[in-house]
Design a protein around this ligand. Structure first.
Ligand code: BV8
Length: 225
């Protein structure tokens, strides 16, 4: 049986990473337009890089929770019949052992040059003085995350997996951000069974064949077992 899992901010909530919705659409007091759009970056790259530097620093003090670990175990059991798609930019899935993983909204631990698009690892802070390892230009480093209005990563692989899977499971996502929010619908059209694991009902709950309610760190391990 082919299984595709889509995770959102809710799977990392119990690890201490605040979800987008719980912050009333504000991230640390900043609006989406200020910190999660290309225009916002153009307006104030220093603010945006400080915002992401703070979120990257937080990764050093949070740990994967039982939900992340349960998905790592499920992948071990299913191997190539399993694919994890995450909207999250943290590294908690990797640290819990997930390998067959697509970060469709990018990763906090990578940075990208705005001049030549070179992507490189980023463990520390991004600063204006950063020099690109490929084109050697300064003043051009941004987080390698997908902002609103930008094209998500891995869409071809995601499309193929979603149209071939037998089971599609959405965990900890409000189902409000496109195109991630449309993956469940696509899977259903191609015959998959849909399961939603969330602390509460979402805008998409009615589409799912089964809705399991409760905190991901409790419900996901039970579901995996
Ligand atoms: C695109 C990276 C074209 C950055 C993110 C009008 C104008 C302009 C644009 C649009 C528009 N209408 C639609 C759009 C498109 C737009 C969009 O969807 N906007 C929304 C706001 C309406 N989308 C885009 O721009 C995307 N690009 O469309 O390009 C295209 C399309 C197709 C093909 C080619 C090109 C790009 C979107 C990516 C934006 N970047 N992140 C960063 O993280 O800093 S999105 C960001 O918000 C997060 O990454 C996350 O993905 C999203 C929040 O969603 P969730 O993960 O679901 O989290 P949320 O907080 O919402 O919900 C948490 C859930 O967990 C809740 O349900 C809660 O109940 C649950 N929960 C909480 N605790 C627990 C729990 N569940 C279980 N256990 C718990 N303990």
């Amino acid at each position: 049986m082919k299984v595709v899992v889509l995770t959102g901010a809710g799977i990392s909530a119990e690890s201490g990473i605040r979800t987008f919705r719980d912050s009333n659409g504000l991230w640390e007091g900043h609006s989406v337009d200020q910190v999660a759009t290309r225009i916002g970056f153009g307006r104030d790259p220093g603010l945006v890089n400080r915002f992401y530097n703070q979120r990257r620093q937080q990764l050093g003090v949070v740990q994967p929770n039982a939900a992340h670990r349960a998905l790592g175990e499920l992948e071990n059991a299913l191997a190539d019949d399993f694919l994890l798609i995450t909207q999250n930019v943290d590294d908690l899935h990797e640290r819990a052992g997930s390998v067959r993983l697509i970060h469709m909204h990018g990763e906090l631990l990578n940075k990208r040059c705005i001049w030549c698009s070179f992507v490189s690892p980023c463990a520390g802070d991004i600063s204006p003085e950063d020099v690109c390892g490929k084109c050697s230009r300064e003043m051009g480093m941004r987080p390698d995350v997908v902002w609103f209005g930008e094209t998500p990563y891995g869409l071809d692989r995601i499309q193929a997996a979603v149209t071939e899977c037998d089971l599609f499971v959405a965990i900890g996502t409000s189902g409000l951000v496109e195109p991630a929010s449309r993956l469940a619908t696509k899977a259903k059209v191609y015959g998959a069974r849909l399961v939603e694991i969330n602390a509460a009902d979402t805008a998409r709950s009615a589409e799912f064949d089964e809705c399991l309610r409760g905190p991901a760190s409790q419900v996901v391990p039970q579901w995996v077992d």
